[in-house]
Write a protein that binds this ligand. Structure first.
Ligand code: MG
Length: 206
């Protein structure tokens, strides 16, 4: 299983970090050991002083495929989740400046918090809405209709380079509003289904 992550997939988030809006998807990976499941807490890592949350819609790949054609891309996922792409922002800035890969700042243990999965049949597939609360206050609101590269485009693009396998996850990028967490904070991710808003993800910072 691999964890594929997309950077800068919402124009408003690219802008807030002073990044250019990309012409093709920005792709990086996290190792499977980054997964944080069952609403477990994240222990603030000692190598950062600027740990950030990034709430993202996560797609679970439903079948194997390489060079997926656009007309079939929608068949490659049936379930989505919410995830937090935890980022050591200070370390990432340092690595970016030095022209180095981001993995140490984004692939550390626990950096990929993930909720249970929800069938896309329960959702508005063309406009999935989600939000992050920090200590009860909304800090991020996202809607997949605002993605620069929609989910199907991401599946087509990534599968040109690496085979997608059943169970692979794609973190599809974060909307604006990213920010720091501190020990003692509680993060909660909510997803809008067709009929209700459900709290799918909860993560305490310890
Ligand atoms: Mg991200």
């Amino acid at each position: 299983m691999k964890i594929i992550c997309i950077g800068r997939n919402y124009a408003d988030h690219a802008k807030e970090l002073n990044n250019a809006v990309p012409e093709e998807p920005v792709v990086f990976m996290k190792p499977p050991t980054a997964l944080l499941v069952n609403n477990k807490p994240l222990y603030y890592p000692e190598f950062t002083e600027d740990l950030h949350y990034e709430l993202e819609l996560v797609v679970k790949i439903a079948k194997n495929g390489r060079h997926v054609q656009p007309e079939f891309a929608a068949d490659y996922y049936r379930e989505v989740a919410l995830g937090i792409d935890f980022t050591a922002r200070d370390l990432q800035s340092k690595l970016k400046k030095a022209g180095k890969p981001w993995e140490l700042a984004k692939g550390f243990d626990g950096s990929a918090a993930i909720s249970p999965f929800v069938s896309i049949d329960r959702l508005n597939r063309s406009a999935m809405e989600f939000e992050l609360l920090k200590n009860g206050e909304v800090v991020q609101q996202g809607n997949t209709k605002d993605m620069l590269f929609p989910i199907e485009d991401l599946i087509v693009f990534v599968s040109k380079f690496m085979k997608l396998q059943m169970g692979d996850l794609i973190f599809t990028g974060t909307p604006a509003g990213v920010g720091p967490v501190a020990i003692g904070d509680r993060l909660e991710g909510k997803l809008h289904t067709r009929t209700e808003v459900i709290t799918l993800l909860s993560c305490d910072i310890k």
